[in-house]
Design a protein around this ligand. Structure first.
Ligand code: HEC
Length: 114
């Protein structure tokens, strides 16, 4: 009886945690890349005069380019995008929809270790 209960709890906890570890699908990542290029690359891209990248580099963030990071989490990305930080503006849902933001988050976390 006790084992059955432990098994049930284990199954339940796997059901709850599994989606968090599931790899985002490739379509979602590609969509995120496109939306990112439109709204985020002008400040966070590579090359000269990218204020977001420059600001992060000045604070010692390595790598300073968001697309090269492996430590960003989905909730953190969503919070920064919806609220802004320093001179990064907040993005409204009429600009970056929730679906677009999901895709951006999938793109920016694509290389994270599970
Ligand atoms: C107008 C320029 C600008 C745009 C556009 C912009 N950002 Fe930012 N972003 C910044 C600045 C500036 C910071 C703060 C850098 C710092 O803390 O030094 C920042 C910080 C961030 C951070 C936090 C990084 C960290 O480690 O603290 C994330 C995540 C982020 N931006 C994601 C995005 C995403 C996703 C988009 C597109 C939807 C975007 N940003 C668009 C300028 C911008």
């Amino acid at each position: 009886m006790k084992n059955a209960r432990v098994g049930l709890l284990l199954a339940l906890s796997l059901m709850i945690t599994a989606p968090a570890f599931a790899a985002p699908d490739q379509d979602q990542i590609e969509k995120g890349h496109k939306v990112y290029d439109k709204w985020c690359f002008p400040c966070h891209g590579t090359g000269l005069g990218k204020p977001g990248t420059d600001s992060l580099a000045a604070r010692g963030q390595k790598p300073a380019v968001l697309e090269e990071r492996t430590d960003l989490t989905v909730p953190a990305i969503k919070t920064f995008v919806r609220h802004g930080v320093l001179f990064m503006p907040m993005f409204r849902k009429t600009e970056v929809s929730d679906a677009d933001l999901d895709a951006i988050a999938a793109y920016l976390t694509r290389n994270n270790k599970p």
